[in-house]
Design a protein around this ligand. Sequence first.
Ligand SMILES: CC(C)(COP(=O)(O)OP(=O)(O)OC[C@H]1O[C@@H](n2cnc3c(N)ncnc32)[C@H](O)[C@@H]1OP(=O)(O)O)[C@@H](O)C(=O)NCCC(=O)NCCS
Length: 285
Amino acid sequence: MKRQDFRFFHSLRVRWVEVDMQKIVFNAHYLMYFDTAMADYWRALALPYEEAMLQWGGDLYVKKASIEYHGSARFDDRLDVALQCTRVGKSSMIFSGAIFRGDEWLITCELVYVFANPASQTAKPVPQALRSLLTRFEAGEAMVDIKTGDWALLGKDAAKLRTAVFVEEQGIPPAMEWDEADGTAVHAVAYNGLGQGIATGRLVRHASHVGKIGRMAVHRALRGSHVGQVVLHTLMVAARQRGDTEVMLHAQRSAESFYQGLGFAARGAPFDEVGIAHIEMFSLL
Ligand SMILES: CC(C)(COP(=O)(O)OP(=O)(O)OC[C@H]1O[C@@H](n2cnc3c(N)ncnc32)[C@H](O)[C@@H]1OP(=O)(O)O)[C@@H](O)C(=O)NCCC(=O)NCCS
């Protein structure tokens, strides 16, 4: 088995508690590694797992898990857990997995999942939408489609995300979330393969040739899968295309490193906005 056989990888580092008296990873931990990687696999499909399963009235249950050990991992090893959906049956899904240390192949695994009704735990057909998502992902297709447009086009999906992230999660009063700038802003919404909005942001005019990006919000379950980066990049391209030479934003301090990693620099002293610590950041275009 080779790394090139896989599209999806999840990386982890072996911890002390996972190592046994022989100073190698205790065999049962590898199943946990595969399970942890599965959660990331759904994120790679841009699928908010819990929400999607609820909507489909089912959930995935492991029916069979088999592991073969070819080599041992040790404390502090950095491992790459690879997964691939190899078959979707009527109600089952088969995943083939492998663990690599660099190019060295240590473990092979096969996981058989059954899609079932959570109340009765009886099998039901894999939803067509999930089947198609898995096939498209394994064929190498992009899982996120980004649209830009005005409030009339994207407002409904942007508002749903912003309500969940800013109003419900961060506790920002609704009256402070909505303003007249939405009416003139360029909005961006990222959609997954099911047509659900999963991330948003907006670009408004701040000064002559200076755009202001704001209201960046990514679905809670999909953070860290680079969709926020795609939205930010799309808004920066839109700013450049209309002739802006700089974009600035008021970053929540907790997101400062996110913007910094994407080329933004802090300017001035931190300040409070809607009860949350912020800092101004900018990037030249
Ligand atoms: C902040 C936010 C928009 C970032 O979007 P995201 O999709 O989670 O971020 P991405 O996956 O695109 O991250 C790109 C990189 O930034 C890093 N990053 C993301 N959020 C970070 C954070 N809060 N702190 C430090 N680094 C962060 C990621 O690890 C990734 O690094 P990598 O390229 O080395 O892997 C998103 O987490 C979010 O909606 N948070 C809640 C609302 C919020 O805080 N909005 C910002 C208001 S200013």
